[in-house]
Each structure stands twice: as C-alpha cells, then as structure tokens.
Write a protein that binds this ligand. Structure first.
Ligand SMILES: [Zn+2]
Length: 196
C-alpha cells in the first residue's frame, strides 16, 4: 500500500509531480508507470476529473503519462536552474511560456449570495490538469524565495517540498518517512560508539 501523504507532501502540485520519482532500493523509480498510482496522484491533488477516461484504457493512460512526464521534466529543469543560478534560464522560461500560453482554459463565474466565485475549466482534461499544475508553480515562484524549495535532507531520499513554515527550518519530506528514520540511525550510531 502506497503512503498516501507521499502525493501531497511537496505542498504544491508541481512539486508533488516531481515527487513521483522516488528512491527504491537505492534506485530512482518512476511511479507514473503504474496507472493506478497516476489515478491516486490525480485524486489526491484534486485533479481526478469525471470525464477522464478510465486509466485502464492503455492508449489514454500512455498519453496521460507522457504529458505528465513531460511536465515533470520541465520542472526538473526549473529546479536545476534555481539550484545552479537562483533564477530561470531563458530556455527554460521559453519552455514554460510556450506550454502555458498554449493551454485552453475558460473562466466561469458564479454567485452564491454575496459571494462571488471565479473558477476555471480546461477545454480538455489535460488543459485542466496542466493549468492547475503549472499555476501552482507560478504561485510558488511568486510567493517564496527559491531557497524555500528544498530537497529532503535524508541521504537516501530525493523528495522535494516547499517550506512554508514560519521558521523556514523544515528539513524532511515528512517526519514519518525520513525524520524519524534519520533520528533512529543517529541513535543507533551513538549507542554503537558508546559500546565500542
Ligand atoms: Zn525524505
């Protein structure tokens, strides 16, 4: 059974998509290879649309997986740029611009009493999913400095997260997955030294 919080611990949909590559037995494993995992990932990120064809449909699944993987590649480049130079390179920005400006999204408005609601709807499911995910990146990059986007400190973990804590001291993808694991190792090492 997959750890449920794995798909949302990044704190933003685009980081959650990056986190679909995980370390397993010291090898990177692509979770998007499994249609059921794609479905869970979409669901937990609020993206499982009623009109998405059933992921057991192989052609559809392949298309969806390829689109998500392409988007994920772009985000990997974004992270590389931010890590290397603290800003986006012109080529990565162009790629983002091209992707974003090709999305077809319709705005819808509704009114509930005094409350006005502005929503969006993709022309196709992939427009909807793509827009939601890429918008989360715009939101992150316009609201936090790049050093708040971090890799988990555990040496065998490649998961990322957006640190939105007040102190900015978050170190682990999650306490359960890595924080405690690390503490347990340190405790073990300390006791081993004492005994030696
Ligand atoms: Zn971790």
């Amino acid at each position: 059974m997959m750890d449920k919080s794995l798909f949302t611990l990044g704190g933003a949909a685009w980081i959650n998509l990056l986190n679909t590559v995980v370390m397993r037995n010291k090898q990177p494993a692509d979770l998007l290879a499994d249609p059921e995992i794609i479905k869970s990932w979409l669901e937990e990120n609020g993206l499982l649309l009623p009109d998405i064809d059933h992921p057991s449909d192989q052609v559809n699944h392949d298309r969806l997986r390829n689109r998500l993987a392409a988007l994920r590649n772009m985000f990997t480049q974004v992270l590389n740029d931010l890590e290397c130079q603290g800003s986006l390179s012109a080529s990565v920005f162009d790629e983002i611009k091209t992707y974003t400006e090709a999305l077809k999204v319709k705005l819808t408005t509704s009114c509930q009493g005094a409350k006005l609601v502005l929503e969006y709807e993709g022309k196709t499911p992939m427009d909807h999913i793509g827009y939601t995910i890429i918008r989360s990146m715009f939101d992150t990059l316009s609201s936090v400095p790049p050093d708040r986007i971090r890799k988990c400190e555990h040496e065998n973990c490649i998961l990322h997260f957006v640190d939105v804590s007040k102190s900015g001291q978050r170190r682990w993808c999650s306490m359960e997955r890595c924080g405690n694991r690390r503490k347990a190792t340190q405790f073990y090492e300390k006791n081993k030294k004492k005994k030696a």
